[in-house]
Design a protein around this ligand. Structure first.
Ligand code: DHB
Ligand code: FE
Length: 282
């Protein structure tokens, strides 16, 4: 049977892709951010997941305002980066696992989640930056797992509630655990924490709220479901709604988790950058 090892969160700020391309790991601006990742590399090298389920929010690349699925799951053989940003060198394609994708889609639709299944899906920085952070070298990294992207809508209201995101994760976790193949799985929650990129509050960051979210997501994620979507926008900023991905990841992990590593640093670009490594307890 499949085994869910744990979950990892990270912000997915596009400037990070540029910093990686230029190897700015020791640069004073970047070092407090990049220092969060070596312990995670060590853990990944030890546990060696076969599959990574990357929960991210598409930013208008794979889906646009004309067709906006609330929840979409990739079921492709491979996924190509088509992010427009920074003029960086192209990334190699990410290998998928369509058989596992369809198992998850079938299980979650049976659980009454209305999923958009994607046999083709272009991925953006929300997906690729975390992959670059956790598996340096990507295709050249011998531990690079197969990937299944899951995207939730944070672009066009109405976005999902925090409760729906956590419940989505619970159903996802169930589908992962009852997959009959012997594969080891990690789930990523990417995006956040607080940030607002446009409008009157551009540049808004809320350390106190971010720290509360990082604590409660470990000890009492149900409490976070009491936060309304409007309150989330108010407290975390318009793009801070990406915290929904963290809730989806957390739901999959089950009741208890061990925190193996965590880091919070502001600002990276316009964002409160949070990183957490959570191990499943079961
Ligand atoms: C930034 C953060 C994001 O989540 C994003 O999608 C784009 C840019 C930023 O802080 O620059
Ligand atoms: Fe984003």
């Amino acid at each position: 049977m499949a085994k869910l090892l744990g979950g990892i969160t990270t912000s997915h700020i596009p400037a990070v892709g540029n910093a990686i391309a230029n190897e700015l790991y020791e640069d004073p601006y970047w070092k407090p951010f990049f220092d969060a990742y070596p312990p995670i590399h060590k853990w990944l090298a030890k546990v060696k997941p076969d599959v990574v389920i990357n929960i991210y929010n598409d930013h208008g690349l794979g889906f646009f305002l004309d067709q906006m699925p609330t929840f979409a799951i990739g079921a492709a053989h491979e996924y190509h980066n088509e992010d427009e940003g920074w003029g960086l060198k192209p990334l190699p394609p990410f290998q998928g696992d369509p058989k596992f994708s369809w198992h998850i889609i079938e299980g979650m639709v049976a659980d009454e989640f209305d999923i958009t299944s994607c046999q083709e899906l272009a991925v953006d920085h929300g997906f690729t930056v975390p992959m670059q952070l956790f598996w340096p070298g990507l295709g050249d990294n011998p531990n690079m797992p197969r990937a299944i992207p899951i995207s939730a809508n944070t672009v066009q209201h109405p976005i999902p509630t925090l409760k729906r995101a956590l419940d989505f994760g619970k159903s996802l976790g169930k589908a992962i655990r009852n997959y009959p193949e012997d594969v080891k799985v990690v789930v990523l929650g990417t995006g956040g924490l607080s940030h607002q990129l446009d409008g009157e509050r551009a540049g808004f960051i809320n350390r106190e709220f971010d720290e509360m979210c990082m604590e409660k997501i470990v000890t009492d994620p149900e409490a976070l479901t009491k936060i309304s979507r409007h309150e989330l926008v108010e407290k975390a900023g318009a793009q801070g709604t990406e915290f929904l991905m963290w809730m989806m990841m957390r739901g999959a992990l089950g009741e208890k988790v061990n925190v193996l590593n965590q880091n919070y640093h502001i600002p990276i670009s316009n964002t409160g950058a949070g990183t957490m490594l959570l191990e499943c307890v079961d």
